[in-house]
Design a protein around this ligand. Structure first.
Ligand SMILES: Cc1cc2nc3c(=O)[nH]c(=O)nc-3n(C[C@H](O)[C@H](O)[C@H](O)COP(=O)(O)OP(=O)(O)OC[C@H]3O[C@@H](n4cnc5c(N)ncnc54)[C@H](O)[C@@H]3O)c2cc1C
Length: 437
């Protein structure tokens, strides 16, 4: 069948296998090669080709809850369980996932394999910093339980390892306590990029922090933005309500999306400037997953799909590097008009995890031929400023750019060769960036 990621580019023909448990995985892995390699696939919400291969192992049926430890506030569940399902169970008990990406429709396996981050990396790290333990089916078919004490090298290679060490079967996750479904939000206007970063630093104590940046304005307004800070409310009920909004029925020209987002942004900024700041209270679902309410919003970029470009620059060079990149995107007039800026805290010990202390910016580009040379230029700027790119968003990075950004790639490869000597696990992405193939 035809498969693709959230960016709808690239598209490949793949055989999709749906193992039910460790035994059926063992049987699939025991079939003698030569056969094309496998890669695990969760909900397919990575943007590019990290969950694409000729043969794909779907975690669709690894979807059960296994244990709930009331005293330790912990849940063990299958890797195919979506974060949305976990929140349905945990929120009424006052338990909350400590790290959430911008969509709740990702699986536990996908969240671990990409070591996803949220709006609170500067405070709480990334998803895997709250994973106690995981079970991994190796290329040999053996199941290995790993955590920070036992098989810790495999644990730190699998967290952020993009499915290349084996298939995550299940995981034990820690939760934090909340007493309300509401999040108190404070929104502040920023004159430009520099002002926005100043505001982020001044509000470093805020649990959640994310800025929406205008990539069209230039000169002294370059990077004018709205910073949204957030804290869990104390008062309120613990009831999960599902929102169901409209769905995009078919592909539409990308300019419609930009027109819509810019008009919403401009009026919000205009109002904020008049008032100085806005304080509001909103349900966690609307706060953390604003786009989940619009089904198939990725179709708004047109039939050819789009590329999301996310990079991080380390603290000391972040402002200067970001300025150059936003200037270049604004001059090209090709990018999404809005970009998302977040602060990251220190990197963790996972070999291929994306976050490092600094700032990360995310931009969307409608796929068209002229985009590729522009993105190559941006790659050079990112690497020259000591940064790197997020593999979960990538569909096109070169091997050289990947390796320049991830200094632990050699350590990762050495371990991968021990765990998977015949190359059973590989994706189109891992072949392209020189980790397999
Ligand atoms: C709207 C939207 C917003 C997003 N916001 C954020 C954000 O704020 N922060 C962030 O960090 N990310 C964000 N993402 C990216 C997303 O969180 C990651 O791409 C995540 O990995 C997707 O999980 P998935 O279950 O869809 O995995 P897939 O896309 O199916 O796979 C992603 C990777 O995980 C591996 N994998 C999946 N399941 C397993 C398994 N059982 N065992 C081993 N490997 C496995 C795959 O091989 C692949 O390498 C966003 C994505 C979307 C669409």
């Amino acid at each position: 069948m035809e498969l693709y990621g959230w960016g709808r580019y690239p598209r490949v023909e793949a055989e999709v296998l749906e193992p039910l448990n460790a035994d059926s995985l063992h049987a699939l892995l025991s079939v003698k090669r030569p056969k094309p390699a496998f890669i695990s696939r969760g909900a397919g919400k990575s943007y590019g080709d990290s969950a694409l291969a000729d043969r794909v192992l779907s975690s669709r049926f690894l979807d059960s809850f296994i244990a709930l430890e009331e005293d330790n506030r912990r849940v063990r569940c299958g890797a195919g369980v979506a974060l949305a399902e976990i929140l349905k169970v945990s929120v009424p008990r006052g338990w909350f996932l400590p790290v959430l990406p911008g969509t709740k429709f990702v699986t536990v396996g996908g969240a671990i394999a990409a070591d996803v981050h949220g709006k609170n990396h500067h405070r709480d790290g990334s998803f895997c910093d709250h994973v106690q333990e995981l079970s991994l089916v190796l290329a040999s078919g053996e199941v290995l339980v790993c955590n920070r004490q036992h098989n810790s090298e495999v644990f730190h290679a699998t967290c952020g390892g993009m499915g290349l060490t084996g298939v995550i079967l299940d995981a034990t996750l820690d939760f934090k306590k909340v007493s309300s479904v509401l999040v108190n939000r404070r929104s502040l206007p920023a004159r430009n990029l520099e002002h926005c970063m100043e505001l982020i630093e001044q509000n470093n104590a805020s649990t959640y922090s994310v800025a929406w940046l205008d990539c069209l304005s230039g000169g002294s307004s370059l990077g004018r933005s709205i910073l949204h800070l957030g804290e869990h409310a104390v008062d309120g009920k613990l009831i999960v309500k599902s929102r169901r909004g409209p769905s995009v029925p078919f592909s539409t020209p990308g300019f419609l999306l930009n027109k819509f987002t810019m008009s919403v942004f401009n009026s919000a900024l205009y109002n904020l400037r008049k008032k100085g700041e806005k304080i509001s209270s909103t349900n966690y679902d609307a706060y953390f997953f604003p786009l989940d309410n619009i089904g198939n919003w990725n179709r708004l970029y047109g039939a050819k799909g789009f590329l999301q470009y996310q990079f991080v620059l380390p603290g000391e060079s972040a402002l200067q590097g970001m300025r150059k990149i936003v200037q270049r995107v604004s001059a090209a007039g090709k990018g999404s008009f809005l970009a998302v800026l977040k602060k990251f805290g220190a990197a963790n010990s996972n070999l291929l995890s994306f976050p490092m202390a600094g700032y990360t910016l995310t931009l969307d580009f409608k796929r068209e031929e002229q985009i590729f040379p522009l993105l190559d230029e941006l790659d050079a700027l990112v690497i020259n400023h000591g940064g790197r790119h997020y593999l979960a968003k990538d569909a096109r990075l070169s091997e050289a750019v990947f390796k320049a950004g991830y200094p632990n790639w050699e350590k990762f490869l050495a371990l991968k060769k021990l765990l998977d000597p015949t190359g059973v696990f590989a994706s189109h992405q891992s072949n392209r960036i020189g980790l397999t193939g």
